[in-house]
Design a protein around this ligand. Structure first.
Ligand SMILES: Nc1ncnc2c1ncn2[C@@H]1O[C@H](COP(=O)(O)OP(=O)(O)OP(=O)(O)O)[C@@H](O)[C@H]1O
Length: 908
């Protein structure tokens, strides 16, 4: 540590700078004292001429009596009293010394130098003008003894406390004197300015101005510290007008200086480890060792200082109080060794080195054992107090317990309005009530209505939950605290709960306001669920704290808590009960109309000359299942594509490319398939395309391609539409279409490939859901078995399991047969499409119409509206009605591309 301190000169420099800088800031009046020493004496004279230390008026009165407590010899050597013929000095010596308070003495020049070296032995320096000030003020008596001990190198740890006290008292006295000086100065200048003629005033002002500038040039103030900062804080009346008292920094700096000094005197100055060989060679053989003291397993070597000084004048060993040490295994062995060494040196028995025993210092041992740890702990505590939570605050270690919530206010970030949030009219309406509560609470309170405490916004990712919460804040114009549930979770137990406390406490200070907790499921999961896996104390403590805080609201507290989650189903019931999150607002993926509205919001922000109504409608048709975030991304992607091609504006083509890219992934032009694989892919995709064309309930095909994209080797884009209800027939057609790729391979090639694995996965999942969840199997019946993969045991019996397996297999085989029948019947058409695909690599709907003729079924309305009606067949099934309140949405439509279809699209 000492070497560390020694080496870190940079640190020392910083400490030194901070000492002067911080002192500067407290020396509020030093500029008026930057006059010559004679001026200082005159000012002091004036000051002390009015009032004596004993309180009597000195005008014409006798000189002040000497302080009876001051040491006579000190007084006589360093503080001579007024001599005959001198002006009455009101207690001040001829060299400007001030009267001494009880227990204080003036220092001699030698002692002053000792003080300088004592304080200056740390990384601090003390300049001459400060010494002058100390010469005038004197020091506490104890300081004289300390200076003497420091000089002799005998200062111990017990002296540290005394030193600390004395330096603190000295600093206070210096500051007090300075304040008195200033007041005096002010009074004088007021008095003078009222008396002096105009010219004199002017010249004094000039002088004053010069004085004002001087600190900037680095002149010294009363305390000899640099007094650059002329804008100093006024003395605080609460601490007796003393700017230093109660100042942490002063204590810290003085404390550090003393700690450094103690460290020096104990660890560095006092000794150094030496080996037996070094001792022999450098000291023992040369007769420099005076005595050896055995302390347990350590031996202290006392050298003859005078002899050492003459032999090694520059050595540290000459310093008073310095000793070498070495460690021994046992005292007996050491004494034997010393004996042998002295025999070898033929030292007569009367001159042998005396060896004595001293008890081990328990304090020293304790210090060595726990010192570093204590130092580290001390540092940690200090750092935690200085941490982000602010000095001395209740922030705890490193401010962990502070909430990390970001605060937005109307002036800062929340510029979002309800008009920026499209496609969720019901949710908006629901939440607008919170806005009117925050804006006009009396409207509700007048009728005795209790205001909802909060709302849970639940829905899939990217559907605009956060955006809606922000818009609520933006509309109501109140502060908005946004925090993520996961930010409460820390590895320390209790941190989450205290962050919740902190968040709500801060919110209460800023009422009316909105707190938004995103991803609340990170902390709000059902507690019973946690117990199954052993529980999580920290999470539960955090959740309990939220419950408590929400209960703790006053009905008049204008705090609204909004929370967002993708998993409302796992949240704790207590969180969802009325009185906490009263409102449950479901925000699902937007409908066709919703998507169109969201597109309109984002299309406004880019340059496009397309007709807005048509463009937004067409894009919304192309993007079933897209959330608001996907739509925002799509529009941005289109603008990027347009920019890449240096287009003047973003066109429909750019949008379609962007959608394709978002759904199918990046085109992999670098992946070149061999002709055989390419042919297999073409027939596989053609199989899907033919099924899509000739099955009544299949989705309209938009595009089929054999250019690898994303994770798949082929790609087919269908338009599934917004399906909220699906019939058994629709599901069967979808499954049959999904199997079309593999069956086409079987029909046209002697063998099959691995490319249909993903199709099988989709088909199996659909068939399983039909049997276990949707009640579409007569044998299993109208039952629902939750598909929970984390469950160890299946929710049905072994027998039921076998029936389920058989039913799933039966349904898949049924779909398989349906598809195979069709593809055998349309074998020629599959070939035509596949060959065309091999030639052109990509076919669109128009190509299909050209090769196969119009599709024999009606397309959904939206599709016909935006993709032409030329190929519309006379009859077709009605579009299923939209019922958004279904508890479980059916399996999403399958996209029968070869190999891996894009999972994102699939999940929609
Ligand atoms: N209805 C919408 N209207 C306009 N923009 C939207 C809409 N929904 C989403 N967005 C866009 O998507 C971005 C992401 O939305 P947001 O962060 O609100 O989603 P979220 O539902 O909170 O998602 P998560 O559950 O993943 O946190 C928004 O910044 C906005 O650009």
């Amino acid at each position: 540590m000492s070497s560390l301190l020694r080496r870190s000169t940079g640190l020392a420099r910083i400490a030194s700078i901070s000492l002067s800088a911080s002192t500067r800031s407290s020396m509020r009046v030093s500029r008026v004292l930057r006059t010559s020493p004679s001026a200082w004496a005159t000012q002091s004279l004036r000051f002390y001429s009015e009032k004596k230390p004993d309180g009597s008026d000195d005008k014409g009165g006798p000189p002040a009596p000497k302080d009876p407590n001051s040491k006579p010899q000190v007084q006589s050597s360093a503080s001579p009293g007024p001599t005959e013929g001198e002006a009455p000095t009101s207690g001040r010596g001829k060299d400007g010394r001030l009267p001494l308070p009880e227990g204080w003495v003036h220092l001699t020049d030698e002692e002053l130098q000792g003080l300088k070296s004592m304080i200056g032995s740390g990384p601090f320096s003390i300049d001459t003008s400060l010494l002058d000030d100390v010469r005038k003020t004197g020091v506490p008596e104890a300081m004289v003894e300390l200076i003497r001990k420091h000089k002799a190198g005998t200062a111990g740890l017990a002296d540290a406390g005394r030193a600390f006290k004395s330096i603190n008292a000295l600093a206070n006295r210096l500051a007090e004197e300075e304040i008195r000086q200033t007041q005096r100065q002010k009074e004088d200048s007021q008095y003078n300015s009222s008396k002096k003629p105009e010219e004199e005033k002017k010249s004094q002002e000039q002088e004053q101005q010069q004085d004002d500038q001087r600190p900037k040039q680095g002149e010294k103030g009363f305390n000899g510290f640099n007094a650059n900062n002329s804008k100093k804080p006024p003395p605080n009346p609460e601490n007796g007008g003393n700017p230093l008292r109660g100042n942490d920094w002063l204590t810290t700096i003085i404390g550090s200086a003393i700690a450094y000094w103690i460290y020096n005197s104990i660890f560095e100055e006092s000794g150094r480890e030496i080996t037996w060989q070094e001792l022999r060679k450098n000291f023992l053989d040369k007769g420099l060792v005076e005595k050896m003291v055995i302390q347990g397993h350590r031996v202290r070597v006392d050298l003859n200082r005078d002899a050492t000084q003459s032999m090694y004048p520059d050595s540290v060993a000459t310093r008073p109080g310095f000793n070498y040490y070495f460690t021994i295994a046992s005292a007996d062995a050491f004494e034997r060794r010393l004996e042998e060494a002295q025999n070898e040196l033929s030292i007569p028995s009367g001159e042998r080195i005396p060896v004595s025993y001293a008890p081990e210092s328990p304090f020293f041992n304790l210090l060595m054992a726990f010192g570093p740890t204590a130092l580290l702990v001390g540092l940690l505590i200090w750092a935690s107090r200085r941490g982000p939570g602010g000095a001395g605050g209740s922030s705890g270690i490193f401010g962990f317990s502070k909430s990390k919530a970001k605060r937005f206010s109307q002036e800062t970030a929340v510029k979002v309005k309800f008009s920026d949030v499209a496609g969720m009219d019901e949710a908006k309406q629901e939440i607008m009530e919170f806005v009117s509560f925050l804006k006009k609470p009396e409207r509700f309170q007048r009728l005795g209505a209790k205001i909802p405490r909060g709302a849970i916004l639940a829905g899939p990712p990217g559907t605009g939950k956060t955006l809606l919460a922000k818009a609520t804040a933006g509309e109501s114009g109140v502060p908005f605290f946004s925090v993520s549930g996961s930010e409460f979770v820390e590895m320390f137990v209790g941190v989450g709960a205290s962050r919740v406390r902190d968040l709500f406490a801060t919110a209460r200070k800023h009422t009316p306001c909105i707190i938004f907790i995103d991803e609340i499921d990170a902390i709000g999961r059902s507690r019973s669920e946690g117990q199954r896996f052993g529980g999580n104390d920290e999470r539960e403590a955090t959740l309990n704290q939220i419950l408590t805080e929400m209960d703790g609201f006053n009905t008049t507290d204008q705090i609204v808590v909004l929370a967002g989650t993708n998993r409302a189903d796992v949240l704790d019931k207590a969180l969802m009960r009325p009185g906490r999150f009263d409102r449950h607002i479901n925000i699902d993926a937007p409908t066709m109309k919703g998507r169109q509205d969201i597109f309109k919001v984002y299309l406004k922000k880019i340059v496009t000359h397309e007709e807005m109504e048509y463009l937004s409608g067409r894009l919304a048709t192309l993007t079933p299942g897209f959330a608001g975030a996907d739509i925002a991304n799509c529009v941005n992607e289109a603008a990027l594509i347009a920019a890449r091609t240096n287009a003047a504006s973003v066109t429909l083509l750019h949008f379609e490319q962007a959608i394709e890219r978002v759904i199918g992934g990046l085109e992999r032009k670098s992946l070149v398939l061999n002709p055989n694989d390419k042919k297999t892919v073409a027939y596989h995709e053609a199989g899907h395309a033919i099924c899509g064309w000739f099955f009544r309930y299949a989705d309209p095909l938009l595009k089929v391609s054999i250019i690898p994209r994303g994770k798949g080797l082929g790609y087919a884009q269908y338009l599934p539409g917004d399906a909220y209800l699906m019939s058994r027939e629709q599901l069967m057609d979808r499954m049959a279409m999904t199997l079309g790729g593999r069956i086409s391979e079987e029909i046209h090639f002697p063998t099959v490939t691995t490319g249909a694995a993903d199709d099988f996965d989709k088909v199996t999942r659909m068939a399983t859901a039909m049997v276990t969840q949707w009640g579409m199997s007569d044998k299993v019946g109208p039952v629902y078995f939750r598909n929970d993969e984390s469950r160890v045991y299946k929710p049905f019996s072994e027998g039921t399991g076998q029936v389920i397996d058989a039913e799933v297999r039966r349904i898949v085989e049924q779909a398989y047969k349906k598809c195979k029948d069709l593809l055998i019947e349309k074998k020629k058409e599959v070939g035509l499409i596949a060959e065309e695909l091999l030639r052109k690599e990509m076919l669109v709907r128009d190509d299909m119409v050209r090769i196969l003729g119009p599709r024999p079924f009606d397309d959904p309305d939206d599709f016909s509206k935006f993709f032409g009606e030329a190929d519309k067949a006379p009859s077709g099934p009605p579009t299923p009605p939209a019922t958004p309140e279904l508890p479980d949405a059916p399996e999403p439509p399958a996209s029968p591309a070869l190999f891996k279809e894009v999972k994102d699209n699939e999940s929609r």
